[in-house]
Design a binder for this molecule. Structure first.
Ligand code: GLU
Length: 493
């Protein structure tokens, strides 16, 4: 299908919290599609439900997009030819559209009170009938309704849904969707406070902003017939509708907090890279042959929204972790080391002076680049380079396997290593390893068993970045000191 040109798509979040990954995936797809076609991507804040607004949500939404590297051509912060991009500032347009629909006979004021509507609903439920407005105020003569509305009587505006026939809407991914009009009630388009419902704000704004493709989640499909009725009644050409499938939790069901992070900024915090998350979310529900790792440029080159798969995709955390590892390994050393430095500055104990010496961070980075999948693993793996002294683990941790019950021997071995270390010149990883392998032979221990003791003494942990490179960075004196203090601990144990 040839797309209308230029493609104009929008991301239209409600500022009710941090955007959920499912919602952001649709933003990613929309953005890619705009960039792929040379079109435009805009952000519109849907803040007409004043009761659900969360302070700071708009900033967090924009921050999420920024972090992912999704730029917008028009939006609440930068304006654009169709400003304003906050629905709460566009009330005039909705009022005009509603008035026009009333004048055309497509909508009418409804004066029913909420008590009346509640009673209607209870009756319908008791009689096991579908709930919905049955059109009581639709029969009020228009002049009388206009007079009552003008006199200030509280009212909403409802759409006069056709009673007969059916409505067919098209979804790019699903084809025709038809419903009998009799199943749709006369829904509210303008609330008594003058704010529109989503049903009205969506066609008015998407027409006004020249949106060519309405890309949104499949939770809007049930409302789609209402929307196309409104587009038609307002005389607006219908846009292309694309409803994306949901993302399922591992093991099925809705993805929720229970499964870990659900918002973009939580993933940022958890040590994921923007490119990796973008790649991952994009391929959750969309694919291109056997490829898994896609650069942003490659995605822009090949992504077509028509290729989105309708099969609900599962959020595969292992794949995300793996992809993140791939991106970490691909990162230029400078860039990764800067990301690691920022992470460490956030997480190291307060008494470690900031800013961290970038030369040291750049020395440590290559030792861990191949070993981590997320930046969250960094600090626990390398904090000992900065914390000055390490806390020597209790003797029991040293005295296992080969060294069980051998406190004396282990202490002597550690002292011997300290001596060998002090004599080394130059103090470098390769000669150090050679010397300590020879020393293991001399004392009749396996190299691995000796290195376990050394690692625990010098880094304070069983698993660390490569030992000799780490020791080179820690320095000759500090290593010898840690080895001797560990020797004391194991002897006493
Ligand atoms: N404000 C709606 C939401 O956040 C937007 C749906 C749409 O994209 O039209 O769900």
């Amino acid at each position: 299908m040839t797309a209308p040109t230029p493609v104009r798509v929008r991301y239209a979040p409600s500022p009710t919290g941090d955007p959920h990954v499912g919602n952001i995936r649709m933003a990613i797809w929309s953005w890619l599609y705009a960039r792929h076609t040379g079109g435009q991507f805009l952000v519109r804040i849907e803040d007409t439900d004043q009761t659900r607004l969360i302070p700071g949500a708009v900033e967090r939404i924009l921050e999420s997009l920024n972090w992912l590297g999704l730029d917008w051509d028009e939006g609440p912060d930068i304006g654009g030819p169709y400003a304003p991009y906050f629905q709460s500032q566009r009330l005039e347009g909705y009022r005009e559209a509603a008035d026009r629909l009333v004048a055309q006979g497509n909508a009418y004021p409804c004066f029913c009170s909420s008590e009346e509507l509640d009673a209607l609903r209870s009756r319908q439920q008791a009689e096991k009938r579908p709930t919905g407005y049955e059109g009581k105020c639709r029969t009020i003569p228009p002049e009388e309704a206009a007079r009552r509305a003008a006199s200030g009587e509280p009212h909403v505006i409802r759409f006069a849904t056709p009673r007969e026939g059916s409505t067919t809407a098209h979804d790019l991914l699903r084809g025709a969707i038809t419903v009998e009009n009799a199943t749709l009630d006369d829904f509210v388009i303008l609330k008594s406070d003058g704010f529109p419902t989503y049903h009205l704000a969506h066609p008015v704004d998407d027409f006004a902003m020249q949106i060519t493709h309405v890309t949104r989640g499949e939770e809007w499909i049930p409302s789609l017939p209402r929307h196309v009725l409104l587009f038609d009644a307002l005389g607006y050409p219908r846009p292309v509708f694309v409803h994306g499938p949901v993302i399922l939790a591992p093991g099925g069901g809705k993805l929720s907090k229970r499964h870990g992070a659900t918002s973009v900024l939580e993933y940022a915090d958890a040590g994921y890279l923007p490119d990796a998350l973008l790649n991952f979310l994009c391929i959750t529900g969309w694919g291109h042959g056997d490829e898994t790792v896609f650069s942003r440029e490659r995605l822009i080159e090949i992504f077509d929204i028509a290729d989105v798969s309708l099969a609900p995709a599962t959020f595969d955390t292992e794949k995300l972790n793996w992809l993140n590892g791939v991106y970490l390994r691909q990162m230029p050393l400078r860039e990764l080391s800067e990301a690691i430095a920022r992470r460490l500055e956030r997480e190291l104990p307060g008494d470690v002076p900031r800013p961290l010496d970038r030369v040291l961070v750049e020395a440590v980075t290559p030792l861990i680049q191949e070993r981590i999948q997320t930046l969250a693993e960094v600090t626990p793996l390398v904090d000992f380079f900065w914390t000055g002294s390490v806390e020597t683990p209790p003797a029991g941790e040293f005295l296992t396997k080969k060294w069980a019950g051998q406190g004396e021997a282990a202490g002597a071995a550690l002292d011997a290593v300290a001596g060998a270390i002090e004599a080394l010149d130059p103090f470098e990883a390769a000669p150090m390893e050679a010397r300590l392998r020879a020393l293991a032979d001399e004392i009749g221990a396996k190299a691995g068993d000796l290195f376990t003791l050394v690692r625990l003494a010098v880094t304070g942990r069983k698993v660390s970045p490569p030992l000799f490179e780490s020791m080179e960075i820690i320095g000759q004196e500090a290593c010898a000191e840690r080895l001797r203090s560990a020797a004391g601990v194991v002897r006493a144990g």
